[in-house]
Ligand binder design. Structure first.
Ligand SMILES: N[C@@H](CCC(=O)N[C@@H](CS)C(=O)NCC(=O)O)C(=O)O
Length: 199
């Protein structure tokens, strides 16, 4: 059986686990502690980052967008629309959602990884301002929730899950549509909810 190396709080991991579930692809989800850079992680992804998908044949796939494309191929196209314009929309939404996560992670790592006296506030502000701009863009250009989930919608839901986990109370005000969008996603796709980022 395939294996996904992941951590419960990781938004990119949540995205690929949700995507695998959506595609009907069985994979053993195995928690790894990236801080320890265990052999299982660095031998499959020299960057020491999660998620990593290890196939039945032992072949490792990373990063999360390579994994979602791989899952799409394995499932015969369950994750991205076939029509080029719709597919581009889904892939762009996924890039935006992952980009929000990149900024949020940079913010979290700056605070977690540095002694408090050398945390660089302008760097935190810059990362947060990018996330804010992207969230405002989404509030004004809400992605359509289609009957079938796609890689873009799943990535956005995972990113909003990460915001709820690490930035609770800091992003919701002024973005009621985005909040409602997450609720509607959960109602439509309840099987994916347990895979959202959690502590
Ligand atoms: N672009 C990568 C980002 C992966 C990433 O940054 N994962 C974080 C966890 S959410 C990680 O492994 N951090 C540990 C590290 O950078 O050493 C992807 O989409 O998979």
């Amino acid at each position: 059986m395939a294996v996904i190396l992941y951590s419960p709080a990781s938004p990119y991991s949540a995205k690929v686990r949700m995507a695998a579930q959506w595609c009907g692809i069985d994979a053993e989800a195995r928690v790894v502690d990236t801080a320890g850079q265990p052999a299982e992680l660095i031998t499959t992804n020299p960057l020491g980052k999660i998620p990593v998908l290890i196939g039945d044949d032992g072949e490792a796939v990373f990063d999360s967008r390579a994994i979602t494309q791989h899952l799409n191929r394995l499932s015969g196209g369950a994750l991205y629309p076939r029509k080029a314009d719709k597919r581009l929309q889904a892939e762009r939404l996924e890039a935006l959602a992952d980009g929000i996560c990149d900024c949020l992670l940079a913010h979290v790592y700056e605070r977690r990884g540095r002694p408090a006296e050398i945390v660089h506030q302008p760097w935190l502000d810059k990362q947060w301002s990018k996330a804010v701009r992207a969230l405002d863009h989404l509030e004004g250009n809400l992605p359509k929730l289609t009957k079938k989930a796609d890689g873009g919608q799943i990535a956005l839901r995972a990113a909003l899950g990460y915001l709820a986990l690490r930035f609770e109370g800091q992003w919701e005000r002024g973005r009621p549509k985005l909040k409602r969008w997450a609720k509607r996603f959960d109602e439509k796709f309840p099987a994916l909810v347990p895979l959202l980022p959690h502590a």
